[in-house]
Design a protein around this ligand. Structure first.
Ligand code: FAD
Length: 659
């Protein structure tokens, strides 16, 4: 019988307690004399917004990141937009509707109350960012513009061309810089957290590595917040920035923080297909393109074969021979079905032989209809930089006219295929965003909190900024209010010395293996195993094989790794080796969770559990819970702990995007 935990709050969409948190805003402010220190690890949208807000509220913040500037955090990659329930389009949107769409999009596996709170603060985020000067796109009359993202029938996505993440991060960075200038935030760039230090059962500090000098540094504080992003790079090839890693989260997990729903991994339908085995990165083509782009493959197998052989081009295939399969299968949402649904539909077509590139693993994303309807100028205003990015990588410009059939102009379509993109799973947190280790908080993509089994497009930025600007700064005060009487602990405590010694010993261990294989060659192999056995379609048998292979490869890593150089000074290979050590732990965790969840839901698709039409088949009777995992040592199976889900405001039903 698995252990059971709860999220410490009554279920239901508007917990009364949430109103109380708002009152706490007065507890700590710049005028009071409390000296409370908080470490915030990460300067992505979640970390930068949290550090800036905590600084503004009067806390002393230590803020770290691995890049040379907070402005280079992975969050700048976000292209498409950020959701909010402003209803500027007067199309029937509301806080409740955003809440409902998010719970439904997550295939009824999210915590209801968290999602309601997220929807509730979504509008504040837009106001906050506009006040910071974020240049959101505007309509001719001056109103903020919106576009649509998957899983919604309203237009609620705010955007800044195809650079929304970058602009939002510049906004957060300006607030952060203000607090740095005011002396409330001390920024440490090119520092990597290697371990969390637990004193008397509470998180009291971290061990970080100065990535330039190689020196280990101890930091102590009254609370620790990690905002270190997701674990998508476990799969080696993903749309994530190359530096994304899960080391901080995995170390917290090893120290006792539960890891929730690791198998919920998002595979994004619109990425540039893999084109060879020398690649180390995949590129996302924003979901916003599905507003005006139509996804299709040929209706006839012989056309698909000709496309694969290169004897025919997409623009030579007339309208009547095209299968707009999303519009056919899901008439109500069409090309704007959620990502998990769109990805599986693409895989289904390609598995049946209808893929359109030389590997047979691609579908078309075509703008001919929208360019003919709206004109190239409008389309370029909306997606210009994405078209240019696609051209830079593939040498094809999707705005180039290529053919005319019966008076209809056909433009060169993009080719796209699903790729690993986002991780819904993460460190388990309660309603206050506190992990199972008191004093340790997790925000942004590195926690599991709001997206259930599938995140809707443009909701990650919303969650990261909700956590950073509007949730954590209030909820952390419940913890810190008790801590006010406790002095900050000294970094001379034996717990710090012990943690530092272990980190140092790990660095020596990795350097002294002195085998023959590079970090990347092993990481690439791990990625193949993950994609093959723990990827888009999973089976019990495949998952067991995947676990076995990961285990064998981890042995290879432990005995045949070669890391050049020393631990003194900059050593990028050594840093990557640490990340890979943790990707192994993570990969196995994803597989364990996937194996234990005998159902399909959202991004977790077990081939044994599907409807006749190939849709995900949930099992609410047995799996209506958050699956949390407790670490039990290297090589041992972690223990499953369940947080049962309770829904009060929303009826749990089968997702329907057809009508
Ligand atoms: C190509 C792409 C496009 C996207 N587009 C959108 C979009 O349009 N809309 C949307 O809502 N979402 C989008 N997403 C998702 C979204 O960008 C991310 O989920 C979000 O930015 C994550 O923010 P974060 O602050 O949680 O983490 P990150 O931005 O990943 O930041 C992590 C931070 O932690 C630091 N860090 C990591 N490990 C350590 C360590 N051990 N020690 C110290 N520091 C550490 C890093 O330096 C960094 O500062 C997109 C994602 C990708 C990949």
């Amino acid at each position: 019988m698995a252990k059971v935990i709860d999220s410490k709050i009554p279920a239901g969409p508007v917990p009364e307690k949430w109103k109380e948190y708002k009152a706490h805003q007065r507890l700590v402010n710049p005028k009071n004399k409390l000296k409370l220190d908080v470490i915030v690890v990460g300067t992505g949208l979640a970390g930068a917004s949290a550090a800036a807000s905590l600084g503004e509220m009067g806390f002393n913040v230590i803020n770290l990141c691995i890049q040379d500037s907070p402005r280079r955090a992975h969050s700048i990659a976000a292209q498409g937009g950020i959701n909010a329930a402003k209803c500027y389009q007067n199309d029937g949107d509301s806080v409740y509707r955003l809440f409902y769409d998010t719970v439904k999009g997550g295939d009824y596996r999210a915590r209801e109350a968290n999602v309601y709170r997220l929807a509730e603060v979504s509008n504040n985020i837009i106001d906050q960012c506009v006040a910071q000067g974020v240049p959101f796109a505007r309509e001719y009359g001056g109103m903020l513009a919106n576009r649509s993202f998957g899983g919604a029938q309203v237009s609620r996505t705010f955007y800044a061309k195809g650079q929304t993440g970058q602009q939002l991060l510049l906004g957060a960075y300006s607030s952060l810089s203000c607090q740095v200038q005011a002396g409330k935030v001390k920024l440490y760039t090119r520092y990597e957290m290697e371990d969390v230090v637990i004193v008397d059962g509470r998180a009291r500090g971290i061990i970080a590595k100065d990535l330039c000098t190689g020196k280990l540094v101890r930091f102590s504080a009254n609370a620790v917040v990690i905002a270190t992003g997701g674990y998508g790079n476990t799969y080696f090839l993903s749309t994530n920035a190359m530096g994304c890693n899960c080391t901080a989260a995995v170390q917290c997990y090893r120290k006792g923080a539960y890891f929730a729903n690791p198998s919920y991994v998002q595979i994004h339908p619109t990425c540039i297909p893999v084109h060879g085995d020398k690649q180390s990165k995949l590129t996302l083509m924003s979901e916003s393109l599905r507003n005006d782009g139509r996804i299709w493959v040929p209706k006839k197998l012989e056309d698909a074969k000709a496309l694969q052989a290169g004897t025919k081009q997409g623009w030579e295939i007339p309208e009547e021979d095209r299968d707009y399969y999303l519009e056919r299968r899901y008439p109500a949402f069409g090309n704007l079905v959620p990502r998990d649904v769109a990805s599986r539909a693409a895989k289904e077509r390609c598995d049946k032989g209808f893929g359109v590139n030389n590997t047979g693993l691609a579908v078309f994303l075509d703008f001919s209809e929208s360019i003919n309807r709206l004109g190239i100028d409008i389309i370029m205003q909306r997606y210009g930089n994405l078209f240019e990015m696609y051209e830079e990588i593939t040498d094809v410009f999707p705005g180039d006219v290529a053919n005319e059939i019966n008076g209809v102009k056909y433009y060169k379509p993009m080719m796209i295929y699903p790729a690993i993109h986002y991780t819904m799973g993460g460190i388990w947190v309660d309603y206050e965003l506190q992990t199972s280790i008191p004093g340790l908080f997790a925000i942004g993509e590195c926690n599991f909190s709001d997206h259930g089994a599938n995140r809707l497009g443009a909701s990650a930025l919303m969650q990261g900024l909700a956590d950073g600007y509007f949730v954590l700064p209030y909820t952390i005060q419940n913890y810190l209010a008790d801590q006010a009487v406790w002095p900050k602990v000294s970094t001379d405590l034996p717990e710090f010395a012990e943690a530092e010694k272990k980190v140092d010993a790990e660095l020596d261990r990795l350097l002294n293996i002195k085998g023959k294989r590079s970090v990347d060659s092993i990481h690439k192999e791990l990625g193949h195993i993950m994609w093959e056995y723990v990827g888009m379609g999973r089976t019990a048998e495949g998952l067991k094989t995947g676990l076995k292979k990961m285990h064998e490869l981890e042995k290879e890593f432990d005995t045949n790794l070669f890391v050049p150089g020393t631990k003194e000074g900059l050593n990028i290979e050594l840093d990557k080796a640490i990340h890979l050590r943790d990707f192994f732990t993570m990969g196995q965790l994803v597989a364990f969770d996937a194996l234990s969840r005998n159902e399909s839901c959202g991004g977790h698709f077990r081939e044994e559990y599907q409807t006749e039409e190939g849709e995900a088949k949930r099992d609410d009777e047995n799996y209506f819970y958050v699956g949390c995992w407790e670490y039990k040592g290297k090589g041992n199976e972690p223990e499953l702990i369940k947080e049962p889900l309770e829904y009060e405001a929303i009826k749990v039903q089968t997702r329907n995007y057809k009508n």
